[in-house]
Design a protein around this ligand. Structure first.
Ligand code: SF4
Length: 473
């Protein structure tokens, strides 16, 4: 994957994708603004959400142990995974032990992060995505472009083509007379998925929240496909990032108001499924919970950076970001795109690769993401901090040397006056030419030109204009 500026250039050239993204982000943004505006206590809710997550993160070890104890007491099996490889191995071994070669999946960012589908495929196990947008991405052999709406970059006729071309290869084909009507597309997906739901022995999910004091896992969704996965198969495996823990049942209240309003612009999400271990005669017979670290402990060590772990993956920051709106998610080179991806990926994966080094710069720092974030993550602050880290790690560069020289110059008025004199002299020599025409400076001014230095400084101008009032000051 190329670094962000290069990948963004390719994305910007795709005008159809830009149109699709603009339409989708503006629609969700308007819906969100309307429902958030209905709540006069929105700021208090945001503060409560941030506080609950901070409490969990500050005492994460204690709450995780409490979660494990409560899950185990209610019949679930808890596994701990340090990294993606360990988590994938645990899931694969459980699936294989159930004598099946397929699983149905609830939409889950954690399983995308660890590339579970690919790991299962290598072991000969097919993982069927059941969320409509994830299904479109999977059938289209594509990558998700958005946290909440992974197929945001596709329009209806593209989806129709994907269904007609691909569904028959992996199950029930799309109807011959399929149109691009949303209702017809949804019907085709429903019929295609139904046979998979009824056949599957094992389901794999993530969790939006994991409540420590009850051992309850929570999944919120819009379509009901998740609930089919969470209730029908005999075995349920949930891969849960350790930062998903909430201390108490009461903390769920603010979250269930913040999340749907911020993500889909709804007052309440249509389906909220909660499960606490195993219950006789109801739901899966076996429940496994894989608690995933995969770099989160490392993020937790950084007092400023750890606020990124508050993220509830609502995607509001993506929908308001002017950079995301134009480039889409693929340019970020990760399952976490947009402003939260720009701060989370370099923290989870480090800044060794060109992609991760470039991500903190994938922002205009306009601050819209902070305003939109329901758990008050100060993304611009984190971006600036990470930029500093990238610069420090890069060691001496021409840019760093130029900044150092500028600091030296500006720290002494005499030096500054001398430099101004030199600049005005250069301005007189260059006359009406522009900087772009100066040999050696062409590359720097590729995207915009810069005027030549003025032929007199502000102080000189002031002195000349106000001679009668007492000369230079
Ligand atoms: S950073 Fe905030 S706005 Fe962005 S996805 Fe996470 S919770 Fe939502």
């Amino acid at each position: 994957m190329p670094k962000f500026p290069k990948a963004a250039r390719t994305a910007l050239a795709n005008t159809q994708q830009r149109r699709n993204l603009q339409h989708a982000t503006h629609t969700i943004r308007a819906k969100r603004a309307a429902v958030v505006g209905e709540l006069p206590h929105w700021e208090a809710l945001r503060a409560a959400g941030a506080q609950a997550k901070d409490e969990a993160l500050t005492h994460l070890g204690d709450y995780l142990e409490q979660l494990e104890a409560n899950l185990t007491a209610r019949g679930a099996v808890v596994h701990w995974a340090r990294d993606a490889a360990e988590a994938n191995r645990i899931v694969r071994d459980i699936v294989t032990s159930k004598d099946t070669d397929e699983v149905v999946k609830v939409k889950s960012m954690a399983t995308q992060e660890i590339e579970l589908n690919e790991a299962l495929e290598e072991a000969g196990i097919h993982a069927w995505e059941t969320d409509l947008a994830e299904l479109i991405v999977q059938l289209g052999h594509d990558r998700p472009s958005h946290i909440l709406v992974p197929a945001i970059h596709r329009n209806r006729s593209e989806i129709r083509e994907i269904f007609r071309r691909e569904m028959a290869k992996v199950g029930r084909p799309a109807p011959d007379d399929l149109t691009a009507e949303p209702a017809r597309l949804a019907e085709a997906a429903r019929l295609h998925l139904r046979e998979k739901f009824l056949r599957a022995k094992v389901a794999v999910s993530g969790a939006n929240f994991a409540i420590a004091d009850t051992g309850t896992l929570v999944v919120v969704e819009s379509e009901g496909n998740g609930r089919m996965c969470l209730t029908l198969p005999e075995t349920l495996i949930s891969v849960v990032g350790i930062e998903k823990v909430l201390p108490t049942w009461d903390d769920l209240g603010p979250m269930l108001q913040l999340l749907p309003r911020s993500s889909t612009g709804e007052r309440m999400n249509p389906y909220t499924t909660m499960w606490t271990g195993v219950h006789d005669g109801d739901g899966p017979r076996e429940v496994h919970v894989v608690l995933l670290d995969n770099g989160r402990s490392h993020v937790l060590e950084d007092e400023l950076g750890r606020q990124a772990l508050r993220c509830i993956r609502c995607s509001a920051c993506l929908n308001v970001c002017p950079v995301y709106e134009r480039t889409g998610g693929h340019a970020y080179g990760s399952v976490y795109p947009g402003p939260i991806g720009a701060v989370l990926n370099p923290q989870l994966r480090g800044t060794a690769s060109d992609v991760d080094k470039s991500l903190p710069y994938a922002s205009s720092l306009c601050g819209a993401c902070f305003d939109a974030c329901p758990v008050r993550i100060n993304i611009p602050e984190l971006l600036v901090e990470l930029r500093g880290k990238v610069v420090e790690e890069a060691g001496p560069t021409p840019e760093a040397a130029a900044m150092k020289a500028t600091a030296w110059l500006l720290s002494d008025p005499k030096r500054l006056t001398l430099a101004q004199k030199a600049a005005t002299a250069a301005g007189r020599v260059l006359g009406k030419r522009t900087i772009r025409s100066v040999p050696g400076l062409g590359a720097w001014t590729n995207a915009r030109d810069v005027p030549t230095p003025p032929t007199e400084t502000f102080r000189q101008w002031w002195a000349r204009e106000h001679e009668s009032e007492g000369g230079e000051r």
